[in-house]
Ligand binder design. Structure first.
Ligand code: SF4
Length: 491
């Protein structure tokens, strides 16, 4: 049997998520898009985490590192097993399935412990399915498995100097839960082989499975039949969209009067029928009355990494590396702009906080979109650098959240598609957006910052990306001014 006829672990998990996805993966591969840059960044992070976990086993042996042929790696695994040393990425096949366990640790009586490394900070159901599949294949290949572990990140870990992988990871014994699930693998694989052989893909309707346990790569393909303003725009709709779809209703205006909607969802339906934005003038006026000049429009960009880059950080802690501040001193005045974008490979937070403290005006409002995010980052910086705490305490009361009028639905435009995020609000309310920029959203901003700061790139490339970062963060604060002005014109 050649490698292409095995069902891999990742395909097995796809098969559990959705038989249609599974069928297409074998019979219409071309429909499945290549992973985007964000997904690629997650893979690379997983690779780094896996590398750190291997350091727990200094005498470990990498199996078939440079070999890309699966059958060859399976063959190379056999002599490696005889070494009775921890094995990394050994390869096995049995019963039509194959897997490459992250780590196999020798256990007494010729047995092995199976250790799967994940970049998450807790155990998830999908990890058990993953391990059950591997256990089934390994047992079928003749291995005696003693214990089964999920090796995930310890969220309480705080970096102090060199990272000790034994403290960074938590080994969770999942032998009992996994063993039960492993008994079901044979039947599931049988079903999956039947699915592969079908002439047409199984008729699977869209549903919560499209995003559980992972966002499916075929969402654009399977969901394209929906109208552009659909029942899935319902704000915090939960499963209401699927309930409505089940009744054959796809548009907001098609929702019958006896279908229970929240007040905000009711506004969405009303807006879909009238094709006009909903405006609560009183609510907007109350919000605007809170703003005091000089108005500071503030936005942060942050990155996070599974493995903390600097001392004092938890895994995945957000690290601010950039801010943009537009200050409008008086009604109609030209906005003044200040920026900070960290330079170099050190912890950006001390300089970030110094520059921020020097730049925010001593009086007036500080406006952010989803302000708890900015406040949260500043509070974390103060925990690390308490000298900034008195300043932060002094400004906290001046912070105003521009998300407020949109989250409360004092303003709602159908083009927001049920979202109150800045990326949805700005174009809907002002007709302007991010389309003309090289970087158009925060995830790309942080990945690009990390790439040009911590990996080897040419100076020209670094400068190009930093320019794009400045334009992107600047657009966020400029955009907040445009949004505030547009709200002012809503009477
Ligand atoms: S988008 Fe949903 S229905 Fe389509 S293949 Fe993916 S999980 Fe299945």
């Amino acid at each position: 049997m050649s490698g292409s006829h095995y069902i891999s672990k990742s395909k097995f998990l796809w098969g559990l998520q959705c038989p249609k996805l599974f069928w297409l993966a074998y019979n219409a591969k071309e429909l499945i898009p290549e992973p985007d840059a964000a997904t690629q960044a997650i893979f690379e992070q997983g690779h780094d985490v896996g590398g750190l976990a291997k350091k727990m086993f200094p005498d470990g042996v990498e199996v078939g590192g440079d070999v890309h042929n699966l059958d060859e790696t399976i063959r190379l695994t056999q002599p490696a097993l005889k070494l009775r040393k921890p094995l990394f990425e050994a390869a096995f096949s049995a019963g039509g399935g194959y897997c490459r366990p992250d780590i196999l640790r020798p256990a007494p009586q010729n047995a092995w412990d199976l250790i799967e490394v994940k970049s998450s900070t807790s155990l998830k159901d999908v990890h058990l399915d993953d391990l059950a599949f591997q256990t089934w294949v390994l047992t079928g290949a003749g291995l005696k498995i003693r214990r089964i572990y999920l090796c995930h990140i310890n969220s309480d870990f705080v970096r102090k100097g060199e990272i000790d992988p034994k403290k960074f990871f938590t080994l969770e014994d999942v032998t009992d839960q996994t063993a039960e699930l492993a008994q079901l693998v044979a039947d599931k694989l049988d079903d999956m082989f039947k699915v592969i052989r079908q002439r047409k893909h199984p008729d699977i309707k869209i549903g919560p499975r499209c995003n559980d346990p992972y966002g499916c790569a075929l969402v654009d393909h399977c969901w394209k039949f929906l109208p552009s303003h659909s029942v899935f725009d319902l704000y915090r709709g939960g499963k209401k969209g699927f309930d409505l779809l089940e009744q054959g209703i796809t548009t907001l205006e098609g929702i019958s009067d006896d279908f229970k909607l929240t007040e905000k969802q009711g506004i969405q339906k009303q807006v879909a029928i009238s094709v006009k934005p909903y405006i609560n003038k009183k609510g907007i006026a109350k919000f605007l009355a809170r703003l005091e000049y000089p108005i500071n429009y503030l936005d942060f960009e942050t990155f996070n990494s599974a493995i903390p880059l600097f001392d004092g950080l938890h895994p995945y802690q957000q690290v601010p590396f950039q801010f943009s501040l537009h200050t409008v001193k008086a009604p109609g005045a030209k906005p003044e702009h200040v920026m900070f974008l960290s330079e170099g490979r050190h912890d950006p937070r001390p300089e970030f906080m110094l520059k921020l403290r020097d730049s925010v005006s001593r009086t007036g409002s500080i406006v952010a979109f989803n302000a708890p995010f900015e406040l949260g980052r500043m509070r974390e910086c103060c925990e690390a650098m308490p000298k900034f705490s008195p300043w932060l305490k002094g400004i906290e009361g001046r912070v105003v959240d521009l998300l407020g009028p949109f989250r409360s639905f004092d303003y709602y435009h159908p083009d927001q598609h049920g979202s109150a995020s800045m990326k949805a609000v700005l174009p809907a309310l002002t007709g302007k957006g991010y389309d003309d920029l090289g970087i158009q959203e925060g995830g790309t901003a942080s990945n690009e910052f990390l790439r040009v700061t911590f990996s080897e790139v040419t100076e020209a490339e670094r400068r190009r990306v930093r320019q794009q970062l400045e334009e992107y963060c600047g657009r966020d604060t400029e955009g907040m001014i445009w949004i505030t002005d547009a709200l002012g014109g809503c009477d």
